[in-house]
Design a protein around this ligand. Sequence first.
Ligand code: AMP
Ligand code: GLY
Length: 432
Amino acid sequence: MNILLLGSGGREHAFAWKIANSPKCTQLFVAPGNAGTLQIATNVEDLAVTDFEGIKRFVLDHSIDMLVVGPEEPLVKGIVDFFEKFPETRNLPIIGPSQTGATLEGSKDFSKRFMKRHGIPTAASETFTAQSINEGLVFIKSQPTPIVLKADGLAAGKGVLICETHAEAEKNFKAMLLDEKFGEASKKVVVEAFLDGIELSVFVATDGESYKILPEAKDYKRIGEKDQGLNTGGMGAVSPVPFATTSFMKKVEEKVVKPTVKGLKEEKIKYTGFLFIGLMNVDGDPFVIEYNVRMGDPETQAVLPRIKSDFVDLLYAMGTGRLSNYQIELESFSTSTVVMVAGGYPDVYEKGNPIEGLNTAQKDKVLTFHAGTKMEKNGQVTTQGGRVLGITGMGNNLEEALDKTYARTREICWKDVYFRKDIGQDLLNFGK
Ligand code: AMP
Ligand code: GLY
């Protein structure tokens, strides 16, 4: 099977690694890819993930049998609907939801309404615009603190503010609606009750009819240790998550996964692909914080190594509506992923620094996933983004996985490299 994968992050290197390892894959192309995908696939560097015409031409020219979409942007912009318009691409299996399906991530207001319609547990909320700002301010005053404000649209992970006081909430609420604090994204603002609990990420593969729950993960979003400082795309992840017990996951399946898949079907929203559910565990009960319509990054780097059954078979079963026949087999080991970033990230950081130590003999039970990397003409790999590498270690338990991960981080270096040293530490003694 010839497969085209869209994206260039660590998530996509993990996808590429899993796909390339399958005997079902003949040729794998990654557009645009990174220095890691280059080693296991053919990069199509000049093909942007939102160049739908270009992607269609590439699919037809290279007899692509399946298109796998990594990031949300092409989905929110309607790549699936675009391919459906043309008879020559209509039947191509695509891993990713329709544009309406992608609105579950593209609009917080849409996703909150969806959850309310289908009785899916989530924090109470109301949505306001510049026209209803006065009602919004009255509503904020009536709510207990902390108060959560969310820009409706995509805001590169920065559109959520947790306000400790009413004054702070009112100031930010006005800035979002009147001064477009988050640009277009904050033309609508969701005002939400604060949920006090522990977060985890649950991943679901679906063909629109049936679903498979993939291994769950916990990610670490803040730049600093002990979850301090600015939010990032994600600094690390672990899987499995000790507090995701069998009974908790059963509740997630019954109260969240089933009604979500059923709700999409009832509303005739075409959804083939991954659904990433950000959940808060509040005293043993799951509440949805957000939906994403793709896999997480860096959670994918921790989750995919734990899938034992053939990954291309899984993707193809999703893409062709035959997921109910697919038997998913999981590995029992633990994984931990640590993201190595360029110093200064998530603010300003340098690019183009040579990465040393990538070619030291990789030890057993550790994977080095590239994210923001580039292969220079002289063969040197350099830094090209904020999040540069994701190191995934595997072990019989979290402690062993972390040992493998951190041993590998010590072999790799570049100017101003930074990574958190405390990934997974909060979970090591869980339940002991
Ligand atoms: P989101 O962009 O929706 O993932 O939100 C970013 C982060 O804000 C989440 O990962 C949570 O840590 C936090 N958050 C979002 N909504 C709530 C809420 N209702 N209560 C508590 N924390 C929240
Ligand atoms: N790690 C969070 C995300 O991918 O959105």
